[in-house]
Ligand binder design. Sequence first.
Ligand code: GLU
Length: 435
Amino acid sequence: MKTRTRFAPSPTGNVHIGNMRAAIYNWLFARHTGGDFLLRVEDTDRERSTPEAIQTLLDAMAWLKLDVDEEPLYQSSRMDAHLAAAETLLSKGLAYKEDKGGTGQGECVVFKMPGRDVSFDDGIKGTLSKKAENMQDFVIVRSNGTPVFHLANVLDDLEQGVTHVIRGDDHIENTYRHIALYEALGADVPIFAHLPMIVNAQGKPYSKRDGDAFVGDFRDKGFLGDALFNYLALLGWSPGDDREVMTRAEMIEAFTLERCQSSAAQVDPRKLTWMNGEYMLKLPLDEFEAMAFEALDQAGIDAEPEYAERVFGLIRERVKTVADIVPMTGYFFTEDFAFDEKAVRKKLQKDGVADLLKKLKDLFLSLETFDEASTDQALHAFIEESGLGFGAVMAPIRIAVCGVQSGPEMFPMLATLGRARVVERIDRAIERFLK
Ligand code: GLU
């Protein structure tokens, strides 16, 4: 039988990474087994499920390249079917009407639990069971006539022919009820697999208080969809070996529920940043450059293309996220760049530095050509003759021309800036900080 999985979010305007990880696992499972991956929008909360909230959800899925095999099913369109099923359960004596609290506001429909223990083989957690005495009858249609989540969720999974329900383990308690509903409806029970929670460093459910928690946050901060996908795939699953950066094809090939962990998975933002850096490195050059140009453009930097491409080449290997590009390259494009005050105080405003910078400026002016090899050769010769340490010479130059102490390699950086900018900046640094 063909497998069918689904992502069944309730749109709220944000997509939590925990929900998106469930979507990713459903997608990987369907792709691994050659089945279908479906979307069901659980939009019965009409206040929260606005068109914008639904669009946010679709955008997040598109960004992570979670393609679906059928048109999405909107739960709100299925109300009649939900209510009809409740009627059937009533007519069979498997549900009853009750005026909860006797408020006179009307009767709700209550599902009668079968009075026996419920147990199932969870695809991740093994056998789970609950005693009859610990389960109570529950409402399936509210007194205002609207179907409750449990009923809608089960009926829509049946409608969509879902064979495997992969969702967060916060739904385990619901699953016992859902199984009882499937049985009352005379339907086959799908396979359930409950994913462990995503937690913070304290082992508590990871929320926006702990850091970025929504898919959109990561996109806004310059992460790549493919990197976030890979990171979330590994947050509770492993391929069974020590591979971490994996292609989609590799993840699809290796994905099984057996290799999903049953205990909580802890978010590690540093690992995500590292992984994103790996993906940045793997980007084809033209894609990297397109992103970099767009980042400059958004920052209002109008860069000459050939020069900008040289600059991108200098920082490419150190960029962890797209958001690094502008801060890392700003001083290449403006004379109005910021100085690290502490570095200025410690490395520039020292005895002898003004003299040193003047000598270096003359040295640069005396070179026949000003490029990577000539600056390298000249500076090394200068260091040798002067008896000054490497750092004592390099740090003041870098701070004078870049404003900061770290950055791309010195000689390619100088060559890219070019003699005119370098010499002018040295003059200005002397003027501004050493007079
Ligand atoms: N709308 C529910 C949620 O987002 C669905 C859970 C499920 O069955 O996957 O938690």
